[in-house]
Ligand binder design. Structure first.
Ligand SMILES: [Mg+2]
Length: 322
């Protein structure tokens, strides 16, 4: 495995790291772990307060978790309605009336466990003094923005892109170029960190970002279908691997500039304008310019033709985020 500092050295001498793109689920926030813990709490509740045997309580909660991960969002109904329906479906006939209550308790526990730890908040605030920060996340709009809003992530980032708001999802390089476009930085000055080789790392490499960092899930959290190095094309090799997002800043090169951000009303306003939610309508107007966006960032060293880039269209698979 090459090191991240090695990747930095391979950049041309006038390149520097200007922006950092984070994946959301299982990178910035422990989605998979939090959802499982919240379901475990619901199982305890079913056993303690509603007379379920331990086995039935665990089976009910596990079935919900499986159904939720399979389909975290239904675009035809509100999130609360869909998730209550999932609880309704997994409850035995004698206890269907508990669906709404269980959803509420599960949601409360979910966000308790998803909360950004203080040390990660500090890391983001510190990085943002020097770098532009972005989130690039695959997933359904309502489900992803619920997490972003409830965890108040807007305040840490200059750009937040949710794939379902856009015509592209990772690994399509255009979603990385969209983030570069928003922030006004070339791809070679950006770093992507994420937990999925086939989206975060492959996409970052194919977009010719300056470097990619892989944060693999611990073995106890892996699911069937999670990719390993053996499952992805040979060119999908991250520049570094870390076992905690907190170890990421130490990989960055020594500071060469200090942006000296000062929080102010105007900067908060600017930050809010750079989320896709607030700019979705504007962004859609950029669609006719996709080929220009691509060609302006594509380099001959990427080894890919522009035709490959245009294969992704509206309605492409945005994937599950969990
Ligand atoms: Mg992820």
């Amino acid at each position: 495995m090459s090191t991240f500092r090695g990747a930095i050295k391979r950049l041309s001498c006038d390149s520097k790291i200007t922006a950092i793109f984070f994946d959301l689920d299982n990178t910035l926030i422990a989605t998979r772990k939090a959802d499982a813990k919240a379901c475990s709490k619901v199982a305890d509740l079913l056993h303690r307060d509603h007379g379920f045997s331990c086995e039935l309580a665990n089976e009910t909660a596990t079935n919900y978790l499986s159904a939720f991960r399979r389909c975290p969002d239904n675009p035809d109904m509100a999130l609360a309605q869909w998730r209550s329906q999932l609880w309704y479906d997994v409850l035995p006939g004698t206890h269907k009336q508990l669906a709404g209550e269980l959803y509420g308790r599960w949601l409360e526990w979910r966000y308790r466990y998803l909360a950004i730890p203080a040390e990660v908040q500090t890391m983001l605030q510190t990085l943002r003094l020097q770098y532009l920060l972005g989130i690039i996340t695959n997933g359904p709009t309502a489900a992803q923005w619920e997490k972003i809003d409830r965890l108040a992530l807007n305040k840490y980032f200059d750009c937040i892109l949710v794939s379902s708001d856009l015509p592209w999802a990772k690994p399509d390089r255009n979603i990385f170029y969209a983030a570069c476009h928003y922030l006004g930085v070339p791809p070679g000055q950006c770093v992507m960190i994420g937990d999925k080789l086939e989206t975060d790392i492959q996409g970052g490499i194919e977009a010719n970002l300056g470097a990619t960092v892989w944060l693999p899930l611990p073995s106890e959290q892996r699911l069937v279908g999670d990719r390993t190095m053996d499952d992805v094309p040979e060119h999908v090799r991250p520049d570094a691997i870390v076992d905690s997002v907190l170890k990421f800043p130490a990989l960055l090169p020594p500071s060469t500039s200090f942006r000296a951000r000062t929080p102010s009303a105007s900067s908060v306003s600017l930050q809010e304008q750079k989320t896709t939610r607030n700019r979705a309508a504007q962004y859609n107007r950029f669609l006719p310019e996709i080929p220009d966006l691509y060609s302006s960032y594509s380099s001959s060293s990427s080894g890919y033709s522009s035709n490959e880039c245009s294969q992704h269209s509206i309605g492409s698979n945005h994937g599950s985020s969990s």
